[in-house]
Design a protein around this ligand. Structure first.
Ligand code: ADP
Length: 184
């Protein structure tokens, strides 16, 4: 179970879980949000191009995102597996990921859905206070999740593992690891 995609609404705790799971599973945590924010912090050309999408809670155009992920997955540490956090975020990106993996003669092992009520997470995100964590941008990101990202749950029905994302950080990590173990 080394090639895993994490899906869940903004604030579901994917990033926190990915850090712990990456340690447990020994594969890199690849977060498209983190990659974009690093580009923005370093004022790269890509960072300058994508900043307005992040500020508004909109998806960065697929060409930019797909290319950034393709490059990242080609790095040596991702050859043996990865935890993808925040990618794919729509069916088009999922199709591109499928092609990238089949070209590399591999495939996904599991898609983990973090299930949590939207209203529970708004408070949590407001407390986190990242640049794009103000209420209207959060609400917009949630809408994007419902319309663009949630269809992935059907797309990946065969690989899907749904985990209750309400609870303590360590408990949730244990739930994910147990569910992955059951599958393999
Ligand atoms: P959250 O899970 O709280 O929404 P992320 O760090 O995953 O936070 O994403 C922050 C922002 O980065 C998104 O609102 C979007 O602008 C951009 N982004 C991240 N991943 C993708 C992606 N796969 N496709 C397009 N845009 C993305």
């Amino acid at each position: 179970m080394t090639r895993v995609v994490l899906v869940g609404p903004p604030g579901a705790g994917k990033g926190t879980q990915a850090t712990a799971l990456s340690r447990e599973l020994g594969v890199p945590h690849i977060s498209t949000g983190d990659l974009f924010r690093a580009h923005i912090a370093n004022s790269t050309e890509l960072g300058q191009d994508v900043k307005r999408y992040l500020d508004e809670g909109k998806l960065v155009p697929d060409e930019v995102t797909n290319e950034m992920v393709r490059t990242r997955l080609e790095e040596a540490d991702a050859r043996g597996g990865f935890l993808l956090d925040g990618f794919p975020r729509n069916v088009g990106q999922a199709e591109v990921l499928g092609k990238l993996l089949s070209t590399a003669e591999t495939k996904l092992d599991a898609v983990v859905e973090f299930k949590i009520d939207e209203d529970v997470v708004v408070e949590r995100l407001l407390a986190r206070g990242r640049d794009d964590d103000n209420e209207s941008v959060i609400r917009h990101r949630q809408e994007v999740y419902r319309t663009e990202t949630a269809p992935l749950l059907d797309y990946y029905a065969d690989l899907l593992i749904t985990v209750d994302a309400v609870g303590g950080v360590d408990d949730i990590t244990a739930r994910v690891l147990a569910a992955l173990r059951d599958r393999s």
